[in-house]
Design a binder for this molecule. Structure first.
Ligand SMILES: N[C@@H](CCC(=O)N[C@@H](CS)C(=O)NCC(=O)O)C(=O)O
Length: 199
């Protein structure tokens, strides 16, 4: 049985979504890292002390994108493009989301909600909005059909969609019509609904 450590409204959401896409049973351990006792207990399991974290037999993994590739390749291989160029595109969109868009959106979140008001910077939030919009516009131009790669849903849609969904939901960027329709398809998926249902 897989054990999955995560929490609502965190980077773990995209790996929980992938677990639901794979349809494998798993034990969901919710960890509140702001709670000292829970943090200490989780550090015994994973000294890096970040969620998501996954244990599947001998496999122990952190990093949501790595977890998602492992889960898809192991349990739902059709989510990973079979050809090398398609797989490279899946990596491209996954890294694009987590290294380009996510830090910009996080800058908006930190400077509008996470930091105490006296530590927030309006300039940093504005810069984050500008950066986020640039990347979401890039995606708008790249989305030629319904999905990022080929003619069906892949891990690229899930990994990128999880970050784009957050960036647009918090108002870091506005989705153009193609991105908005794509996000609607993603949010309508039963696995998405299960993963993000209130716990
Ligand atoms: N790049 C990692 C980021 C993981 C991460 O930063 N998780 C946050 C929750 S959203 C966390 O565990 N923070 C606790 C800490 O940094 O101490 C991933 O995508 O899995």
């Amino acid at each position: 049985m897989i054990t999955f450590y995560g929490a609502p409204m965190s980077n773990a959401g995209r790996s929980r979504w992938m677990l639901e896409e794979c349809g494998v049973p798993y034990a969901y351990e919710i960890v509140d890292l702001r709670d000292d006792a829970q943090r200490a207990a989780f550090a015994e399991v994973f000294p890096g002390c970040k969620i998501p974290y996954l244990i599947d037999g001998d496999v122990r993994l952190s990093e949501s994108m790595a977890i998602n590739f492992y889960l898809a390749e192991t349990y739902q291989p059709e989510l990973v493009p079979a050809d090398r160029a398609g797989r490279a595109l899946a990596y491209q969109w996954s890294f694009w989301a987590i290294t380009n868009l996510q830090p910009e959106a996080l800058a908006v979140m930190r400077n509008t909600t996470i930091l105490p008001p006296e530590q927030r910077s309006a300039a940093a939030a504005d810069a984050g909005r500008t950066g986020s919009q640039r990347f979401v516009d890039q995606l708008e131009a790249a989305l030629a059909g319904d999905w990022l790669i080929g003619d069906h849903f892949t891990i690229a849609d899930l990994n990128a969609g999880s970050v784009v969904g957050t960036a647009t939901r918090i108002g870091a960027a506005k989705a153009g019509p193609r991105v908005a329709a794509w996000l609607d398809y993603l949010r309508a998926r039963p696995a998405y609904q299960k993963a993000f249902a209130p716990t």
